[in-house]
Design a protein around this ligand. Structure first.
Ligand SMILES: [Zn+2]
Length: 195
């Protein structure tokens, strides 16, 4: 049994302000498109589409890709269309999307979710397309550091990173201590996405 299979049911890919979650590893072929499952993108080349983002969200996404994700063996680039994108980034003042209590009344400020998974072929079970959702009511009232960390965190989920403890952007509590994925996650990412 591959290690990834053991952690599928553990997946909860939300960021909350005050909640703890145990450390985990890297998601594999989760074969889920639910609001709570994980399955990482299929390979190291990850294309992005920004869905009419606020400038500040787009800037944070660009920053996170360049400084937190691209230093790993994953390479991000712009997609030629939304339909072909591996990751679509969305922002809005969410309230109850996916059943969570978003920032206006609750603590959820970001979400990464696989919306289309590969149902057959070499990448069966891996995610064909993720969507990231960023809460604008949180975003507009927080620091640039937190904005960058939130995007790095959610993009980290799309390449398989689970929540971690310690000095990594994948901690579940905000504010994150750093915008970096950290050695543990980076090593695992590089192991599953060899150049
Ligand atoms: Zn998370």
């Amino acid at each position: 049994m591959r290690r990834e299979l053991a952690v599928i049911l553990f997946a909860v890919c939300i960021v909350v302000l005050h909640q703890s979650l145990a450390a985990a590893h890297l998601a594999g072929a989760g074969n889920t498109t639910s609001c709570t499952g994980f399955n990482r993108t299929e390979d190291r080349s990850v294309t992005f589409w920004y869905s009419s983002l606020d400038n500040v969200t787009a800037e944070a996404a660009n920053w996170a890709r360049t400084n937190s994700i691209d230093p790993t063996d994953v390479n991000t680039s712009g997609a030629s269309s939304s339909s072909s994108a591996d990751v679509i980034v969305n922002d809005a003042n969410y309230t109850t999307y996916c059943g969570y209590n978003w920032h206006s009344t609750g603590t959820t400020v970001g979400l990464a979710r696989c919306t289309t998974s590969h149902v057959s072929g070499n990448f069966q079970g891996y995610c064909d397309q993720h969507n990231i959702y960023i809460d604008t009511s949180y975003f507009s009232g927080t620091t640039q550091f937190n904005q960058r960390a939130l995007l790095a965190h959610e993009i980290g989920h799309t390449i398989g990173a689970y929540h971690e403890t310690g000095t990594t952007v994948m901690v579940v509590n905000l504010p994150a201590p750093t915008t970096a994925l950290g050695t543990h996650v980076t090593n695992e990412v590089n192991a599953v996405f060899p150049p």
